[in-house]
Ligand binder design. Structure first.
Ligand code: ASP
Ligand code: MG
Length: 425
Protein backbone atom coordinates (compact mmCIF):
# COMPACT_ATOMS: atom_id res chain seq x y z
CA UNK A 1 0.00 0.00 0.00
CA UNK A 2 1.22 3.45 -0.83
CA UNK A 3 0.14 6.17 1.53
CA UNK A 4 2.51 8.67 -0.07
CA UNK A 5 0.24 9.33 -3.05
CA UNK A 6 -3.47 10.05 -3.14
CA UNK A 7 -5.84 10.23 -6.08
CA UNK A 8 -8.38 13.06 -6.25
CA UNK A 9 -11.21 13.46 -8.69
CA UNK A 10 -12.90 16.76 -9.42
CA UNK A 11 -16.11 16.54 -11.42
CA UNK A 12 -17.66 19.12 -13.72
CA UNK A 13 -19.45 21.06 -10.97
CA UNK A 14 -16.21 21.52 -9.03
CA UNK A 15 -14.41 23.14 -11.99
CA UNK A 16 -17.32 24.96 -13.57
CA UNK A 17 -15.85 28.48 -13.46
CA UNK A 18 -12.82 30.52 -12.41
CA UNK A 19 -13.85 30.71 -8.74
CA UNK A 20 -14.26 26.92 -8.57
CA UNK A 21 -10.84 26.38 -10.13
CA UNK A 22 -9.28 28.71 -7.54
CA UNK A 23 -11.00 26.59 -4.91
CA UNK A 24 -9.44 23.43 -6.37
CA UNK A 25 -6.04 25.03 -6.00
CA UNK A 26 -6.69 25.83 -2.35
CA UNK A 27 -7.87 22.27 -1.64
CA UNK A 28 -4.65 20.96 -3.17
CA UNK A 29 -2.63 23.32 -0.95
CA UNK A 30 -4.22 21.77 2.13
CA UNK A 31 -2.56 18.39 1.38
CA UNK A 32 1.12 17.48 1.73
CA UNK A 33 0.92 14.29 -0.29
CA UNK A 34 1.78 13.89 -3.93
CA UNK A 35 -1.51 14.06 -5.78
CA UNK A 36 -2.77 12.51 -8.98
CA UNK A 37 -5.79 14.54 -9.97
CA UNK A 38 -8.45 13.40 -12.38
CA UNK A 39 -10.60 16.16 -13.80
CA UNK A 40 -13.83 16.19 -15.81
CA UNK A 41 -14.95 18.66 -18.39
CA UNK A 42 -16.15 21.98 -16.93
CA UNK A 43 -19.81 21.85 -15.86
CA UNK A 44 -22.23 21.28 -18.79
CA UNK A 45 -19.43 21.25 -21.38
CA UNK A 46 -19.90 17.58 -22.22
CA UNK A 47 -23.53 18.29 -23.06
CA UNK A 48 -22.49 21.28 -25.15
CA UNK A 49 -19.93 19.13 -26.99
CA UNK A 50 -22.57 16.51 -27.70
CA UNK A 51 -24.49 19.25 -29.51
CA UNK A 52 -21.33 20.26 -31.38
CA UNK A 53 -20.95 16.64 -32.46
CA UNK A 54 -24.49 16.62 -33.86
CA UNK A 55 -23.97 19.82 -35.77
CA UNK A 56 -20.61 18.61 -37.10
CA UNK A 57 -22.17 15.34 -38.25
CA UNK A 58 -24.94 17.25 -39.99
CA UNK A 59 -22.65 19.42 -42.06
CA UNK A 60 -19.25 19.16 -43.63
CA UNK A 61 -17.76 22.36 -42.35
CA UNK A 62 -14.66 22.84 -40.29
CA UNK A 63 -14.68 21.47 -36.74
CA UNK A 64 -13.14 24.64 -35.35
CA UNK A 65 -16.17 26.66 -36.46
CA UNK A 66 -18.61 24.37 -34.73
CA UNK A 67 -16.50 24.63 -31.60
CA UNK A 68 -16.18 28.40 -31.49
CA UNK A 69 -18.64 28.98 -28.66
CA UNK A 70 -17.20 26.23 -26.47
CA UNK A 71 -13.67 27.46 -27.09
CA UNK A 72 -14.63 31.02 -26.23
CA UNK A 73 -16.20 29.96 -22.96
CA UNK A 74 -12.96 28.26 -21.96
CA UNK A 75 -10.91 31.26 -22.98
CA UNK A 76 -13.07 33.47 -20.82
CA UNK A 77 -12.38 31.33 -17.78
CA UNK A 78 -8.66 31.41 -18.57
CA UNK A 79 -8.84 35.19 -18.74
CA UNK A 80 -10.60 35.37 -15.38
CA UNK A 81 -7.79 33.26 -13.96
CA UNK A 82 -5.27 35.83 -15.29
CA UNK A 83 -3.57 33.29 -17.52
CA UNK A 84 -1.60 34.20 -20.61
CA UNK A 85 -4.42 34.02 -23.10
CA UNK A 86 -2.28 33.67 -26.23
CA UNK A 87 -0.56 30.69 -24.73
CA UNK A 88 -3.89 29.11 -23.70
CA UNK A 89 -5.31 29.72 -27.17
CA UNK A 90 -2.37 27.90 -28.70
CA UNK A 91 -2.81 24.94 -26.40
CA UNK A 92 -6.55 24.66 -27.03
CA UNK A 93 -5.96 25.00 -30.75
CA UNK A 94 -3.48 22.16 -30.73
CA UNK A 95 -6.12 19.88 -29.18
CA UNK A 96 -8.62 20.96 -31.83
CA UNK A 97 -6.12 20.40 -34.62
CA UNK A 98 -5.35 16.95 -33.35
CA UNK A 99 -9.05 16.02 -33.26
CA UNK A 100 -9.60 17.54 -36.72
CA UNK A 101 -6.77 15.65 -38.28
CA UNK A 102 -8.05 12.36 -36.89
CA UNK A 103 -11.52 13.18 -38.24
CA UNK A 104 -10.14 14.14 -41.63
CA UNK A 105 -8.15 10.93 -41.98
CA UNK A 106 -10.86 8.67 -40.78
CA UNK A 107 -13.10 7.48 -43.56
CA UNK A 108 -14.88 5.04 -41.34
CA UNK A 109 -17.99 7.16 -41.24
CA UNK A 110 -18.64 6.09 -37.68
CA UNK A 111 -20.65 8.66 -35.69
CA UNK A 112 -19.60 7.06 -32.41
CA UNK A 113 -15.94 7.53 -33.31
CA UNK A 114 -16.66 11.13 -34.28
CA UNK A 115 -18.45 11.67 -30.96
CA UNK A 116 -15.41 10.56 -28.97
CA UNK A 117 -12.96 12.72 -30.94
CA UNK A 118 -15.09 15.81 -30.28
CA UNK A 119 -16.55 15.23 -26.82
CA UNK A 120 -13.09 14.41 -25.41
CA UNK A 121 -12.11 18.04 -25.97
CA UNK A 122 -14.04 18.94 -22.81
CA UNK A 123 -11.53 17.15 -20.59
CA UNK A 124 -8.54 18.16 -22.69
CA UNK A 125 -9.53 21.83 -22.42
CA UNK A 126 -10.40 21.80 -18.71
CA UNK A 127 -7.20 20.04 -17.65
CA UNK A 128 -5.08 22.30 -19.84
CA UNK A 129 -6.49 25.44 -18.21
CA UNK A 130 -6.40 24.01 -14.70
CA UNK A 131 -2.83 22.79 -14.90
CA UNK A 132 -1.71 26.18 -16.26
CA UNK A 133 -3.55 27.87 -13.41
CA UNK A 134 -2.05 25.55 -10.77
CA UNK A 135 1.43 26.34 -12.06
CA UNK A 136 0.67 30.05 -11.88
CA UNK A 137 -0.49 29.46 -8.32
CA UNK A 138 2.86 27.89 -7.33
CA UNK A 139 2.02 24.21 -7.60
CA UNK A 140 4.49 21.96 -9.37
CA UNK A 141 1.85 20.59 -11.71
CA UNK A 142 2.32 18.28 -14.69
CA UNK A 143 -0.29 17.85 -17.43
CA UNK A 144 -0.52 14.19 -18.32
CA UNK A 145 -2.37 13.05 -21.41
CA UNK A 146 -4.24 10.09 -19.95
CA UNK A 147 -4.69 8.59 -23.42
CA UNK A 148 -1.02 7.58 -23.38
CA UNK A 149 -1.73 5.05 -20.67
CA UNK A 150 -5.49 4.43 -20.67
CA UNK A 151 -5.70 1.95 -23.52
CA UNK A 152 -9.18 0.79 -24.48
CA UNK A 153 -10.82 -1.37 -27.10
CA UNK A 154 -12.65 0.39 -29.93
CA UNK A 155 -16.10 0.42 -28.36
CA UNK A 156 -16.58 4.13 -28.98
CA UNK A 157 -18.60 6.00 -26.34
CA UNK A 158 -17.99 3.14 -23.95
CA UNK A 159 -14.36 2.20 -24.31
CA UNK A 160 -13.50 -0.89 -22.33
CA UNK A 161 -10.34 -0.94 -20.28
CA UNK A 162 -8.42 -4.08 -19.39
CA UNK A 163 -7.55 -2.76 -15.95
CA UNK A 164 -4.79 -5.24 -15.20
CA UNK A 165 -3.43 -4.79 -18.69
CA UNK A 166 -2.93 -1.03 -18.27
CA UNK A 167 -2.00 -0.94 -14.57
CA UNK A 168 1.74 -1.44 -14.83
CA UNK A 169 2.31 1.20 -17.48
CA UNK A 170 0.17 3.69 -15.55
CA UNK A 171 2.22 2.99 -12.45
CA UNK A 172 5.52 3.32 -14.30
CA UNK A 173 4.67 6.54 -16.12
CA UNK A 174 3.24 8.30 -13.07
CA UNK A 175 5.93 7.20 -10.63
CA UNK A 176 8.58 8.50 -12.96
CA UNK A 177 6.90 11.91 -13.02
CA UNK A 178 6.28 12.22 -9.30
CA UNK A 179 9.74 13.03 -7.96
CA UNK A 180 9.78 16.25 -10.00
CA UNK A 181 6.14 17.27 -9.54
CA UNK A 182 3.69 17.58 -6.68
CA UNK A 183 0.53 17.29 -8.71
CA UNK A 184 -0.21 15.28 -11.83
CA UNK A 185 -3.27 16.62 -13.61
CA UNK A 186 -5.01 14.30 -16.00
CA UNK A 187 -8.31 13.76 -17.80
CA UNK A 188 -11.11 11.60 -16.56
CA UNK A 189 -13.37 9.78 -19.03
CA UNK A 190 -10.81 9.47 -21.87
CA UNK A 191 -8.90 6.62 -23.36
CA UNK A 192 -7.29 5.63 -26.63
CA UNK A 193 -7.46 2.63 -28.93
CA UNK A 194 -4.33 0.86 -30.12
CA UNK A 195 -4.86 2.66 -33.47
CA UNK A 196 -4.58 6.07 -31.84
CA UNK A 197 -8.24 7.07 -31.83
CA UNK A 198 -9.56 8.78 -28.73
CA UNK A 199 -12.31 6.94 -26.87
CA UNK A 200 -14.56 7.87 -23.97
CA UNK A 201 -15.50 5.53 -21.16
CA UNK A 202 -19.22 6.33 -20.92
CA UNK A 203 -20.95 9.39 -19.52
CA UNK A 204 -19.85 10.28 -16.01
CA UNK A 205 -16.90 7.95 -16.48
CA UNK A 206 -14.29 10.12 -14.73
CA UNK A 207 -14.86 8.38 -11.41
CA UNK A 208 -13.92 5.15 -13.13
CA UNK A 209 -10.69 6.74 -14.39
CA UNK A 210 -9.83 7.74 -10.83
CA UNK A 211 -10.49 4.20 -9.66
CA UNK A 212 -8.25 2.70 -12.36
CA UNK A 213 -5.41 5.11 -11.53
CA UNK A 214 -5.79 4.40 -7.82
CA UNK A 215 -5.72 0.69 -8.52
CA UNK A 216 -2.65 0.95 -10.74
CA UNK A 217 -0.77 3.08 -8.19
CA UNK A 218 -2.02 0.93 -5.31
CA UNK A 219 -2.95 3.98 -3.24
CA UNK A 220 -4.70 3.84 0.13
CA UNK A 221 -7.23 6.58 -0.58
CA UNK A 222 -9.15 8.12 -3.45
CA UNK A 223 -11.24 11.23 -2.87
CA UNK A 224 -14.09 12.30 -5.11
CA UNK A 225 -14.88 15.98 -4.49
CA UNK A 226 -18.52 16.84 -4.98
CA UNK A 227 -21.11 19.53 -4.38
CA UNK A 228 -22.86 17.38 -1.76
CA UNK A 229 -21.61 16.60 1.77
CA UNK A 230 -21.23 12.89 0.96
CA UNK A 231 -23.45 10.06 -0.21
CA UNK A 232 -27.01 10.66 0.81
CA UNK A 233 -29.77 8.14 1.46
CA UNK A 234 -31.82 9.65 -1.38
CA UNK A 235 -31.71 12.52 -3.84
CA UNK A 236 -32.51 15.68 -1.83
CA UNK A 237 -34.07 17.22 -4.95
CA UNK A 238 -36.71 14.50 -4.90
CA UNK A 239 -37.14 13.55 -1.26
CA UNK A 240 -37.40 15.49 1.95
CA UNK A 241 -36.12 13.01 4.50
CA UNK A 242 -32.56 12.52 3.46
CA UNK A 243 -29.56 11.71 5.61
CA UNK A 244 -25.84 11.45 4.93
CA UNK A 245 -24.46 7.91 5.11
CA UNK A 246 -21.07 8.13 6.85
CA UNK A 247 -19.87 4.65 5.92
CA UNK A 248 -20.83 2.42 3.04
CA UNK A 249 -19.57 -1.06 2.27
CA UNK A 250 -18.38 -1.75 -1.26
CA UNK A 251 -21.36 -4.04 -1.81
CA UNK A 252 -23.85 -1.47 -0.66
CA UNK A 253 -22.22 1.11 -2.94
CA UNK A 254 -22.34 -1.24 -5.92
CA UNK A 255 -26.05 -1.87 -5.38
CA UNK A 256 -26.84 1.83 -5.04
CA UNK A 257 -24.94 2.92 -8.11
CA UNK A 258 -26.16 0.05 -10.25
CA UNK A 259 -29.75 1.03 -9.53
CA UNK A 260 -29.21 4.62 -10.49
CA UNK A 261 -27.72 6.55 -7.59
CA UNK A 262 -25.92 9.25 -9.56
CA UNK A 263 -23.33 10.04 -6.95
CA UNK A 264 -20.59 7.82 -8.36
CA UNK A 265 -20.20 5.84 -11.55
CA UNK A 266 -21.15 2.17 -11.08
CA UNK A 267 -17.88 0.87 -12.56
CA UNK A 268 -15.84 2.70 -9.91
CA UNK A 269 -16.22 0.22 -7.09
CA UNK A 270 -14.78 -2.96 -8.57
CA UNK A 271 -11.16 -1.82 -8.98
CA UNK A 272 -11.04 -0.17 -5.56
CA UNK A 273 -12.63 -3.15 -3.87
CA UNK A 274 -10.02 -5.43 -5.40
CA UNK A 275 -7.25 -3.42 -3.77
CA UNK A 276 -9.19 -2.49 -0.65
CA UNK A 277 -8.78 1.22 -1.41
CA UNK A 278 -10.89 3.62 0.63
CA UNK A 279 -13.05 5.88 -1.49
CA UNK A 280 -13.98 9.19 0.15
CA UNK A 281 -16.83 11.27 -1.18
CA UNK A 282 -16.42 14.78 0.18
CA UNK A 283 -17.72 18.28 -0.33
CA UNK A 284 -15.47 20.71 -2.14
CA UNK A 285 -17.38 23.47 -0.39
CA UNK A 286 -16.33 22.39 3.08
CA UNK A 287 -13.23 20.26 3.24
CA UNK A 288 -13.45 19.78 7.01
CA UNK A 289 -16.66 17.73 6.60
CA UNK A 290 -15.87 14.03 6.81
CA UNK A 291 -18.13 12.97 3.95
CA UNK A 292 -18.75 9.31 3.18
CA UNK A 293 -16.13 6.57 3.26
CA UNK A 294 -16.66 3.55 1.05
CA UNK A 295 -14.59 0.59 2.22
CA UNK A 296 -15.03 -2.98 3.36
CA UNK A 297 -16.63 -1.69 6.55
CA UNK A 298 -20.22 -0.55 6.24
CA UNK A 299 -22.71 0.46 8.92
CA UNK A 300 -24.33 -2.10 11.18
CA UNK A 301 -27.69 -0.59 10.30
CA UNK A 302 -28.44 1.53 7.24
CA UNK A 303 -31.27 3.98 6.84
CA UNK A 304 -33.65 3.17 3.96
CA UNK A 305 -31.68 4.02 0.82
CA UNK A 306 -33.75 5.14 -2.14
CA UNK A 307 -32.59 5.42 -5.71
CA UNK A 308 -34.65 6.43 -8.68
CA UNK A 309 -33.64 5.58 -12.20
CA UNK A 310 -35.55 7.44 -14.88
CA UNK A 311 -35.76 6.93 -18.66
CA UNK A 312 -36.87 3.34 -18.20
CA UNK A 313 -38.92 1.36 -20.72
CA UNK A 314 -40.85 -1.77 -20.00
CA UNK A 315 -41.01 -4.22 -22.87
CA UNK A 316 -43.44 -7.09 -22.60
CA UNK A 317 -42.48 -9.76 -25.06
CA UNK A 318 -45.17 -12.26 -26.09
CA UNK A 319 -44.71 -15.42 -28.11
CA UNK A 320 -46.65 -15.05 -31.35
CA UNK A 321 -48.14 -18.53 -31.21
CA UNK A 322 -49.01 -18.40 -27.50
CA UNK A 323 -46.53 -21.13 -26.67
CA UNK A 324 -44.88 -20.91 -23.31
CA UNK A 325 -41.76 -18.84 -23.02
CA UNK A 326 -39.03 -21.47 -23.21
CA UNK A 327 -35.27 -21.41 -22.88
CA UNK A 328 -34.82 -21.12 -26.65
CA UNK A 329 -36.92 -17.93 -26.62
CA UNK A 330 -34.88 -16.51 -23.78
CA UNK A 331 -31.69 -17.31 -25.59
CA UNK A 332 -32.87 -15.36 -28.64
CA UNK A 333 -33.98 -12.42 -26.54
CA UNK A 334 -30.76 -12.26 -24.56
CA UNK A 335 -28.46 -12.50 -27.53
CA UNK A 336 -30.32 -9.57 -29.11
CA UNK A 337 -30.06 -7.56 -25.87
CA UNK A 338 -26.35 -8.26 -25.82
CA UNK A 339 -25.81 -7.47 -29.49
CA UNK A 340 -27.58 -4.11 -29.25
CA UNK A 341 -25.89 -3.26 -25.94
CA UNK A 342 -29.23 -2.74 -24.26
CA UNK A 343 -29.00 -2.16 -20.53
CA UNK A 344 -31.30 -4.54 -18.74
CA UNK A 345 -32.39 -3.73 -15.21
CA UNK A 346 -35.26 -6.03 -14.19
CA UNK A 347 -36.82 -9.06 -15.84
CA UNK A 348 -39.76 -11.31 -15.20
CA UNK A 349 -40.81 -14.56 -16.78
CA UNK A 350 -44.50 -15.50 -17.06
CA UNK A 351 -46.22 -18.24 -19.02
CA UNK A 352 -46.59 -16.59 -22.41
CA UNK A 353 -44.67 -13.42 -21.91
CA UNK A 354 -41.33 -12.20 -20.73
CA UNK A 355 -40.98 -8.65 -19.39
CA UNK A 356 -37.85 -6.59 -19.31
CA UNK A 357 -37.29 -3.18 -17.79
CA UNK A 358 -34.42 -1.52 -19.63
CA UNK A 359 -32.74 1.86 -19.77
CA UNK A 360 -34.49 3.40 -22.77
CA UNK A 361 -32.07 3.22 -25.72
CA UNK A 362 -32.23 5.50 -28.76
CA UNK A 363 -35.07 4.98 -31.25
CA UNK A 364 -32.90 3.13 -33.79
CA UNK A 365 -31.82 0.58 -31.22
CA UNK A 366 -35.37 0.01 -30.06
CA UNK A 367 -36.53 -0.40 -33.68
CA UNK A 368 -33.86 -2.95 -34.44
CA UNK A 369 -34.71 -4.85 -31.27
CA UNK A 370 -38.28 -5.17 -32.48
CA UNK A 371 -37.14 -5.99 -36.03
CA UNK A 372 -34.72 -8.68 -35.03
CA UNK A 373 -37.20 -10.48 -32.81
CA UNK A 374 -40.34 -9.69 -34.79
CA UNK A 375 -40.62 -13.11 -36.47
CA UNK A 376 -41.14 -14.87 -33.16
CA UNK A 377 -42.61 -12.31 -30.83
CA UNK A 378 -44.92 -9.38 -30.48
CA UNK A 379 -44.28 -6.54 -28.12
CA UNK A 380 -45.92 -4.07 -25.86
CA UNK A 381 -43.62 -1.18 -25.05
CA UNK A 382 -44.23 1.41 -22.34
CA UNK A 383 -41.78 4.27 -22.15
CA UNK A 384 -41.13 7.08 -19.73
CA UNK A 385 -41.10 4.98 -16.58
CA UNK A 386 -38.94 4.97 -13.47
CA UNK A 387 -37.43 2.24 -11.38
CA UNK A 388 -37.59 3.02 -7.70
CA UNK A 389 -35.25 0.87 -5.63
CA UNK A 390 -35.42 0.86 -1.86
CA UNK A 391 -32.82 -0.95 0.17
CA UNK A 392 -33.41 -1.62 3.85
CA UNK A 393 -37.03 -0.83 3.17
CA UNK A 394 -40.03 -0.68 5.37
CA UNK A 395 -43.67 -0.59 4.40
CA UNK A 396 -44.65 2.99 5.12
CA UNK A 397 -41.87 4.39 3.01
CA UNK A 398 -42.91 2.28 0.02
CA UNK A 399 -46.50 3.55 0.14
CA UNK A 400 -45.40 7.15 0.27
CA UNK A 401 -42.96 6.63 -2.60
CA UNK A 402 -45.46 5.04 -4.89
CA UNK A 403 -47.94 7.73 -3.98
CA UNK A 404 -50.85 6.43 -6.01
CA UNK A 405 -48.86 5.66 -9.14
CA UNK A 406 -49.35 2.34 -10.92
CA UNK A 407 -46.73 -0.28 -10.24
CA UNK A 408 -46.13 -2.09 -13.52
CA UNK A 409 -43.59 -4.56 -12.20
CA UNK A 410 -42.31 -5.24 -8.73
CA UNK A 411 -39.59 -7.41 -7.34
CA UNK A 412 -38.89 -7.99 -3.68
CA UNK A 413 -35.76 -9.57 -2.34
CA UNK A 414 -34.54 -9.90 1.17
CA UNK A 415 -33.25 -6.39 1.61
CA UNK A 416 -34.35 -4.70 -1.57
CA UNK A 417 -37.59 -3.82 -3.22
CA UNK A 418 -37.78 -2.59 -6.79
CA UNK A 419 -40.74 -1.14 -8.58
CA UNK A 420 -41.25 -0.04 -12.14
CA UNK A 421 -43.68 2.87 -11.97
CA UNK A 422 -44.90 5.62 -14.25
CA UNK A 423 -42.96 8.90 -14.01
CA UNK A 424 -44.45 11.69 -11.94
CA UNK A 425 -45.38 14.31 -14.53
N1 ASP B 1 -17.45 14.93 -18.64
C1 ASP B 1 -17.98 13.60 -18.73
C2 ASP B 1 -19.48 13.64 -18.52
O1 ASP B 1 -20.01 14.67 -18.15
C3 ASP B 1 -17.33 12.65 -17.80
C4 ASP B 1 -17.55 12.93 -16.34
O2 ASP B 1 -17.93 14.03 -15.98
O3 ASP B 1 -17.32 12.04 -15.53
O4 ASP B 1 -20.12 12.65 -18.72
MG1 MG C 1 -19.49 15.46 -15.51
Amino acid sequence: MQGDIAVFKFGGASVKDAASIRNVSSIISAYDKKLVIVISAMGKMTNALEKVTDSYLNSNTDLEQHLSQVTEQHEQVAEQLDLNIDHIRKLLKSHINQASSVLNQSHENNPLLVYDQIVSLGELFSTTIISEYLRSDNHKAYWLDVRKVMKTDNTYREGRVDVDGVASSINEVIRELLPLHDVIITQGFLGMTSDGYTTTLGREGSDYTAAILGYALNVKDITIWKDVPGILSADPKKFSEVSKIPKLSYNEAIEMTYYGAKVIHPKTIQPIQNRNIKLHVKSFQDISETGTVISDVGMSEYPPIITVQDKISLIQIFTKDFTFIAEEHLSLIFSTINELRIKLRIMRNAAVNFSIAIITPDEDTLDSFVDKLGDNFRFQITKNLEIITVRHHYKSIIDSLVNGRTILLQETMQDTIQMVVSSPD
